[in-house]
Design a protein around this ligand. Structure first.
Ligand code: SF4
Length: 325
């Protein structure tokens, strides 16, 4: 957002339309900063959160309409949890390299190859894929959910890096083995071990903040003689709040750095600033355009449409995940 005056006008237009159309706006922590400011603080967003927090909030809201400032698989999850509500996204092309790495057909083939092995789907999957799985998880509850199964082998999809990081933890604790898919987050895979070694040399006192989705060799070099956390977005936010350290190296999406700085202004966050191109498709301008279109002919451009069959079948794995929290 270049011009603060234009931003102010858009903010007030969005707030007016939200009220008129009985809509809530949910935004992910990876949204640009102007789309993370809560309405009560002068912005437009009703809730900012990670995937799990947003799913829970979507299920709770009393509003008739949800405008989802995030990527499409997240808006689909909101729709699955809210069959009686309409869900809109400001750009339906806001994809995800993990979600597009696997299809429902791929899951059916995995099930045929490994019959009776439970399938855990990371939330970063499309509704059709979720519909073929036993339970969903987010990075916040993946370990907890994997531990809960009696089976000594589990299928975890689609993130291979997160799967390998989970495997190390779960195998040590329980001896369970994970069968993995080959999906990768195109943002988190860029946090290489070389970049982490370089940053550690440049910032010898900084603690490490790593998302589960970074490659396992990056994790190995990062925690060698250095404090920090490997976890979900919420784990990272909580860790910083509890840590006495003032300086952190962040290996996650760039705008999480802005969220962290907003929450902890006296702390410093060092990051190569890698932005998710899909999350950045959502802007204040197309959020306003979405609200303007609701109820008009153009609303289908922004509407999340899923068949009843997919909605019903995807509901169970998503609900099982929500019940876990
Ligand atoms: S940051 Fe990675 S996992 Fe998240 S939406 Fe972007 S590509 Fe997908």
């Amino acid at each position: 957002m270049q011009n603060p005056l234009i931003a102010k006008t858009i903010f007030s237009e969005i707030r007016k339309l939200k009220q008129e159309k009985d809509a809530v706006i949910l935004a992910h922590y990876y949204m640009p900063p102007e789309l993370q400011i809560l309405a009560k603080d002068g912005g437009v967003v009703d809730f900012t959160g990670d995937s799990l927090g947003l799913s829970i909030e979507a299920a709770k809201t009393g509003a008739k309409i949800i405008v989802f400032c995030g990527v499409t698989f997240m808006a689909e999850t909101a729709r699955i949890l809210n069959p009686g509500k309409e869900v809109f996204i400001p750009d339906r092309e806001a994809g995800c390299s993990l979600a597009s790495s696997i299809t429902a057909k791929d899951v059916k083939a995995l099930r045929a190859k490994y019959p009776s092995i439970p399938v855990i789907a990371y939330i970063n999957t499309y509704a059709e894929t979720k519909a073929e799985c036993d339970i969903c998880c987010t990075s916040r509850n993946a370990l907890q959910i994997a531990r809960s199964f009696d089976s000594d082998t589990l299928i975890f999809l689609p993130d291979v890096y997160m799967g390998r990081n989970l495997q190390k933890n779960i195998e040590k604790e329980t001896g369970k083995k994970l069968i993995l898919w080959h999906g990768k987050c195109e943002v988190h895979e860029q946090f290489t071990s070389a970049s982490m070694v370089g940053m550690k040399l440049m910032y010898p006192d900084a603690e490490m903040l790593l998302h589960w989705e970074v490659p396992e060799e990056t994790v190995d070099v990062s925690f060698n003689n250095r404090a920090g956390i490997l976890g979900s977005t919420s784990d990272i936010l909580r860790y910083v709040g509890e840590s006495k350290s003032r300086e952190f190296i962040l290996a996650s999406e760039c705008d999480l750095g802005a969220s962290l700085k907003g929450m902890y202004p006296d702390k410093e966050f060092i990051t190569p600033c890698i932005k998710c191109p899909y999350m950045k498709k959502i802007t204040l301008q197309n959020t306003l355009a979405t609200l303007e279109a609701i109820g008009a002919e153009q609303e289908n451009k922004y509407k999340i449409c899923l068949s009843e069959d997919i909605m019903n079948r995807a509901y169970l794995p998503v609900k099982r995940m929500i019940d876990f929290t």
